[in-house]
Write a protein that binds this ligand. Sequence first.
Ligand code: SF4
Length: 326
Amino acid sequence: MLLEVRDLHVEFHTRDGVAQAVDGVGYAVDEGETLAVLGESGSGKSVTAQAVMGILDMPPGRIGGGEILFKGRDLLTLGKEERRRIRGREMAMVFQDALSSLNPVVSVGDQLGEMFVVHRGMSRKDARTKAVELMDRVRIPAAGQRVRDYPHQFSGGMRQRIMIAMALALEPSLIIADEPTTALDVTVQAQVMDLLAELRRELDMGLILITHDLGVVADVADRIAVMYAGRIVETAPVHDLYRAPAHPYTRGLLRSIPRLDHKGRGLYAIKGLPPSLLSVPPGCAFHPRCPLARDVCRHGAPPPLYEVTERRRSACHFWQEALHAR
Ligand code: SF4
């Protein structure tokens, strides 16, 4: 297994108390595999990814326990230097907002080339050639001419391609893409997702795709982990989950995707809001919003991840009912 996160706990110490942002999360991704991690904002999906990358703000963040095994080594036991070496060379991240992640006063060619100068000791000239190759690889037209351009001279979609090129520069085995298409319009979103999927296949990398939008992952992910209030509530192969979700929250997310054949019926929304991480409800954290909630859901410990099939889990006491609901 390329990456295995086990029972990870991350908390943030704030003036108002301790927010349990990640509460016992576990997932795994293998070479050549795409795992989509799905959830609303505040569900813990990005914080888990930041813990994997070693870029959590600490303090106020604190890793309260767990393991992050990358190629068999627990990253949480490594020193800062070793983590920095792994980041970039062996794992890289694509962020949502390319404009604020790129330096506005340095040409994209120099920013891409810098990776090769710093990490591979290349000359500026060779690094520039590599930058053009990378821009070609992420299908930026006329890369040889555009390598001297600055970030603001590119469209949003092209800037996101440059971010992907930067992540790919050192040929990492794992890429984490955090909402990589959120700031883009729908047609460009599809192109960027297709590009990521294609590069993942070509380079046999593991890809973790973090998103709040179930609509964008159907065609590219192999498996999905759905997060709610800092915990994983359902994991499944992507087609099984789309065909019949085994958790009421996933079912609600699927129903919320606008459909052309439901014209005139109005949009569905899950009632209520996700809880504050400073005061997560007891029992199942989803119970105040859940149409299937009963007494047992409102008390005690959160539901465990029940085995639905060999490759599926659901943290719902009534997963069979959710699975067969219409
Ligand atoms: Fe709903 Fe209860 Fe299942 Fe939670 S455990 S999702 S509240 S039915």
